[in-house]
Structure formats: C-alpha cells, structure tokens
Design a protein around this ligand. Structure first.
Ligand SMILES: [Zn+2]
Ligand SMILES: [Zn+2]
Length: 344
C-alpha cells in the first residue's frame, strides 16, 4: 500500500509499505479521507516530542471496515466488513482511575493513532475495535472524517457550559476555533467574538456567525469590554496557545468568568496571576475529548449543527507533503485539508 511517511523535520515522502496485519481485537480500515491536524504541523516541523520519525501520521479519518481480527465479531457484533466508520484515535486502557471516571483522554496509558502507532495517512490502518464509531446512515465519509476535531470542540462546549445567553470570546479561527464557535452557538451563546490575524480565517468566522475582531486593528480585550458594557465575556477560549492570546483571554473575561486553554502553541507562558486571583477567574485546560464527546460530535455533524464546508480541500495523499508546507506557511481560506489515498 502507499503511505505518507514523515521521515525528518519538513520531509514527508510517499512510500510503498506493507498493509498492516490485523491483530486480535483489531480492525483493518481502508482509509477514505484523513484530515491534517494542527498538532501534526508542529510535529512535521519537529517541535513535538510525541512524534518521532519515521512515522505515518493521521488521526482524523473515516473509511471502510475491510477485515476483522480474531474475537472482534463476537465482542462487537455491529462491526462488519463494508461498514463505514470513523475512529476515536485516543486509545485508552479502560482500567485506570481516569478511565473509570470516563475521562479517558487523561488515561495514564493512552496511545494516539498516528503518533504512538501508524496512522491514517495511508491506504490502510489498523485500530482496536473498541475505538470504532460507525457512521450514522447517510453520512458521507468526508463528513465522518471531521468527527475528531468536532469532538475537541464538543469537549470545549461541555466545559464552557452553561453559556446560553452569554457572550464568549475565541482567540484563533483555525479549525478548532471555527468548530468551537458553532458548538457554543449551538449551546445558545449570544455573541461569539472571534479574533485571528488571518483575514481569510476571519471571513470564514464571520460567515459562521462570529463577531470578528482583527487584533491588528483593535485591542481585543478592550473591544470586547466596550461591546459588553465594560463587563467582559463569561467564557474566553484560547485556541492558539501563545503568551499573548492566553493573556488576552484573561483580560477579556469578566470577573468570576472562565478561561479555557486548548491551544498548545507554546509549552509555557507568563500569566497575569494577580488579575486571575483578584477577579476569581477560573482557568482550565481542555484536552481532546471523552468517548461521550466523540459520540456527540457525530451527532452534531449528522444534525448539521457544525460544518467546515465550503472550506474543505480534498487532495491526493501524494500531495500531502506540499499541503503540510502550505498549512505551515499561509493556510488562507482553508479550514481543513482531507488527504485521499489513491487520489482525489
Ligand atoms: Zn487532531
Ligand atoms: Zn486508562
């Protein structure tokens, strides 16, 4: 089979590889679409200790079940050859303290498809049967491939709630920012302010109902305070992860408000601790998703609550390296690139 192999920082090569053997309890999937994730861009540049070359990345995908390993049929009777599925790529142990609390994304033994084991930038990928989510009837595979980033946004929406009638701010109009915007609106948020340095991304955010702010033209926290009668927003989400955007979220949050950090651009950054203390701001991380968030994501996609069309680009797997380069430089009006094994 053909697989896109990350071989060194900024080196991504299409190679002929063996089709992975299906282990007991696992399922072989023929990949239909696999999305490129922002975390993989930093991996591609070599800025991410999680990913070590040579590696086949790819954890946002959908495809067809083509083979079942020993024991799968009896334990998972719904899984069958020919069914279309997506995959929760955050494999968990199911037995640790956090798995017991259904916070499987915090599992001490978690292993990510496309980082700890070969991923979906290939014609075929194997995954444990428990991680499979069958696509709802009628859902195209290209929509099912969005379930993973939508699940991240569903987790953010869960942690931000209740937001009905409240104003919120999102720093960053990348895929997670754009999806969180729609999820928060779905939860009844009144106004969703959203800031990004890229005008093409702001245009997408505006079309999805965001109140857009250009940080080069306005001071974002000041603009948010002006628009909210001086109070600030109930929830500020940082979907970038720089010192500047983290600080802007605190400054824009109202007293006793919540700042949610999901962007991972910088490992550490200075935070205005005294302001957080004196205004009793809750700062909390949001990491990936629980299995319940993943199921909710498929439902949000099925009901059309969230979308990234018409800003999805489909590209042949062979062009993956070029797209990694382009997304690292100037993504422009592209919300998600879906790689298609065997051509687009
Ligand atoms: Zn991802
Ligand atoms: Zn666990």
């Amino acid at each position: 089979m053909q697989a896109l192999v990350w071989e060194a920082p900024r080196v991504m090569t299409l190679r002929e590889c063996a089709v992975p053997e299906v282990q007991p309890g696992e399922v072989l999937i023929r990949v239909a679409y696999a999305g490129i994730c922002g975390s993989e861009l930093s991996g591609y540049l070599g800025h991410n200790a999680l990913r070590v070359p040579p590696l086949v990345m790819g954890h946002e995908f959908a495809g067809e079940i083509v083979a079942l390993g020993d024991g799968v049929q009896t334990r998972h009777p719904a899984l069958a050859q020919g069914r279309m599925a997506t995959v929760d790529p955050m494999i968990y142990c199911g037995t640790c303290e956090f798995c017991a609390r259904r916070l499987n994304q915090l599992c001490a033994n978690r292993r990510l498809v496309g980082a700890h084991r070969p991923g979906a930038f290939a014609e075929y990928v194997t995954v444990p049967a428990e991680m499979i989510f069958l696509l709802p009837a009628g859902m195209p595979a290209r929509i099912g491939a969005l379930a993973e980033p939508v699940a991240c946004a569903a987790r953010i929406g869960e942690l931000a709630s209740p937001v009905a009638g409240a104003d919120v701010l999102i720093m960053g109009a990348g895929p997670i920012g754009l999806l969180a915007l729609q999820v928060l609106r779905g939860h009844g948020a009144q106004r969703v302010f959203i800031a990004d340095l890229d005008s093409a991304r702001l245009a997408m955010a505006a079309e999805l109902g965001g109140d857009v702010l250009d940080p080069r033209a306005v001071d974002v926290p000041q603009a948010v305070r002006q628009a909210t009668g001086g109070r600030g927003v109930a929830v500020a989400l940082d979907a970038v992860g720089t010192a500047a955007t983290r600080k802007q979220c605190v400054a824009a949050a109202r007293s006793a408000g919540t700042v949610i950090l999901s962007g991972l651009h910088e490992e550490t950054s200075a935070m205005p601790a005294a302001d957080i203390i004196r205004r009793e701001i809750v700062v909390r991380g949001s990491f990936c998703y629980t299995p319940a968030n993943f199921a909710a994501a498929l439902d949000l996609l099925a009901r059309g609550v969230v979308r990234l069309a018409p800003w999805i680009v489909e590209a042949p797997l062979a062009d993956g390296g070029q797209w990694f380069e382009r997304l690292c430089a100037t993504p422009g009006g592209v919300a998600k690139v879906l790689l298609v094994p065997g051509g687009a």
